[in-house]
Design a protein around this ligand. Structure first.
Ligand code: NDP
Length: 308
């Protein structure tokens, strides 16, 4: 027989774990599915310096482990399983994990979004050693250094501008000869004298030694010419993929696959189903904003259950 819960939380980044903490303290005995990347993007980073409460900084995996333990203390149950599909057509909602079925009166989705990578050899192992997908997190480490940013959207422009606060030179590598970014963001980047654009080009290889990234090979997609360039940092700003595949057709998503939530609330189009963290936020994407929205989702779930 299917196990039934008041709340099921899908995903364990700062959003899901904060939702677990709050629902557990409200005696809702949440069941949390950890998924295939337990802890989310923070487990892939090293030091986090911008999460309030840690004057000396905190290691990403330690931060996650602490919130996890904190939620466990109040009765959260974790399952290291990945949800395959859901059925939100009736209540209790159904969650399928392999051949098992779980039922819940409310669901909180916090499966996050994964930063896109170029797919180059060694890029994953060099993350934190010169390769980064988060300028807000890592820009600070590139004081007086040379940095290359890949991408032509708003994130790439914003990241490039942000990194110039620290770096002495920032190059933006874009695969076309025109940007996707909005006009004001383009203009700001174009008018920044520390930023230079490399058009119609892509990174074809990352060069590194024991200390991390030392350079890149950049291929001009029009001429086929390959140039070797020295760099201290390589920032990817080529978009994020929200982890919403398992929801196929069950809930309203935007054009990019992020869950649509309603205004300031974590409510989705299905009453009783809430979303928090990066899976519904392509804009802020910070650990602290994810944690905040996890708290909101928990409070909304609690009030929804009170009313039903
Ligand atoms: P986008 O999808 O808008 O842009 C991604 C960029 O990366 C595009 O220029 C794309 O090139 C390029 N790209 C994608 N894949 C590859 C690849 N494999 N190799 C090389 N280049 C690649 O993502 P963003 O993260 O920039 O923005 C996401 C959303 O968030 C947007 O709606 C944006 O407006 C919004 N946003 C708003 C901000 C603001 O208003 N302050 C700040 C940041 C984001 P191409 O153009 O050729 O497709």
């Amino acid at each position: 027989m299917a196990e039934k819960r008041k709340v099921i939380i899908i995903g364990t980044g700062p959003a899901g774990l904060t939702a677990a903490l709050y629902t557990a303290r409200a005696n809702l005995e949440p069941l949390v599915f950890e998924g295939h990347e337990p802890g989310g993007q923070l487990t892939l980073t090293t030091e986090v310096e911008n999460f309030p409460g840690f004057p000396e900084g905190v290691m990403g995996p330690d931060l996650i482990m602490n919130i996890k333990k904190q939620a466990e203390r109040f009765g959260t149950v974790y399952q290291s399983k990945t949800v395959d599909s859901v059925d939100f057509s009736k209540r209790p909602f159904s969650v399928k994990v392999g051949s098992e079925e779980y039922l819940a009166d409310s669901i909180i989705i916090s499966t996050g979004a994964s930063a896109r990578f170029l797919g180059l050899p060694h890029e994953k192992e060099l993350t934190g050693k010169g390769v980064s997908t988060c300028a807000t997190c890592d820009g600070f480490f590139y004081r007086d250094k040379i940095v290359h940013v890949v991408g032509g959207g708003d994130t790439a422009m914003e990241d490039a501008n942000f990194i110039t606060k620290f770096a002495k030179k920032v190059y933006v590598i874009h695969r076309r000869d025109s940007l996707r970014a909005s006009k004001p963001m383009q203009e700001r980047a174009m008018n920044n004298e520390k930023i230079e654009f490399i058009w119609n080009s892509t990174v074809s290889e990352i060069l590194f030694d024991d200390s991390g990234v030392t350079g890149i090979k950049v291929e001009n997609l029009k001429t086929g010419e390959i140039e070797e360039r020295q760099t201290d940092g390589l920032f990817y700003a080529i978009g994020h993929t929200p982890n919403t595949k398992f929801l196929s057709g069950q809930i309203e998503l935007d054009d990019h696959g992020f869950i649509k939530t309603q205004g300031k609330n974590p409510d989705t189009n299905i009453p009783g189903v809430f979303a928090c963290g990066d899976v519904q936020d392509s804009y802020y994407r910070q650990a602290i904003t994810a944690a905040g929205s996890g708290c909101q989702a928990a409070i909304r779930a609690e009030r929804f259950l009170d009313g039903h």
